[in-house]
Design a binder for this molecule. Structure first.
Ligand code: G3P
Length: 218
């Protein structure tokens, strides 16, 4: 499973990349607003740090403006994945960019039917939002299971399932069990994955016993 980090925080990206946890980065207008940074400068800086796909989202919702914005975004670097909403206009932009060799991440996917459309439009990634479905008492992980199953039926679908809107470690582990290709998570949830109480207590015991030996490796 590829790990993308869902953030506009450069320090978090650098820190997680140091342990091999960053195969790519996703951003959205809300994360850009939170960062307080200039959007285009920030995406350029992230692209200099991360080799994998860096998702940069269009701000407009109409075809003409999205298409123009996409031109600006894709010129930043070859590994920018232009992020478009799952609307008819968004998928029109997706089809054109994909046909032209640019990665596209189709976002705001909330149904298997929408995921089929994204694949047919040639998206590199489709982003189903697990947490936001859970928030309205629908089963977000069931959506991942459905999309993975549908895509598996059609080998000509090249679109990768990018699990988004992750709220907790189980969203990641269960999506991995289902065979989702990629997940994008806030840094805080990735950091939760490192932790286990038995790791902490086991390490404390080893440190204590090592002291008893009076030895030093260095
Ligand atoms: O970037 C898309 C998605 O991951 C947003 O998550 O937490 O705002 O629902 P969230």
């Amino acid at each position: 499973m590829k790990f993308f980090v869902d953030t506009g925080d450069i320090e978090e990206i650098k820190s997680l990349a140091a342990t091999g946890m960053v195969d790519g980065v996703t951003t959205n207008p809300s994360l850009i607003a939170k960062s307080g940074r200039d959007f285009l400068e920030l995406i350029k800086e992230i692209c200099e740090i991360v080799d994998g796909p860096v998702s940069a989202e269009v701000a407009a919702t109409d075809y003409e403006t999205m298409r123009k914005e996409a031109e600006v975004l894709r010129k930043i670097a070859d590994h920018v994945a232009v992020k478009v909403p799952l609307t008819e206009d968004g998928l029109r932009v997706c089809k054109e960019l994909s046909d032209d060799g640019t990665m596209v991440n189709v976002t705001l996917c909330f149904s298997p039917a929408q995921a089929i459309l994204a694949a047919k439009a040639g998206a590199s990634f489709v982003s189903p939002f697990v947490g936001r479905l859970d928030d309205i008492s629908q089963d977000g992980l069931q959506l991942i299971s459905d999309i993975v199953r549908i895509y598996d039926n059609y080998p000509n679908f090249d679109t990768e399932v990018l699990v988004a809107s992750i709220r907790n470690p189980l969203h990641i582990v269960d999506s991995a069990k289902m065979g989702a290709h990629v997940m994008t998570s806030p840094p805080s949830v990735i950091r939760q994955l490192y932790k286990h109480p038995l790791t902490e207590s086991g390490l404390a015991a080893f440190v204590k016993d090592w002291k008893k030996t009076g030895q030093s490796i260095l």
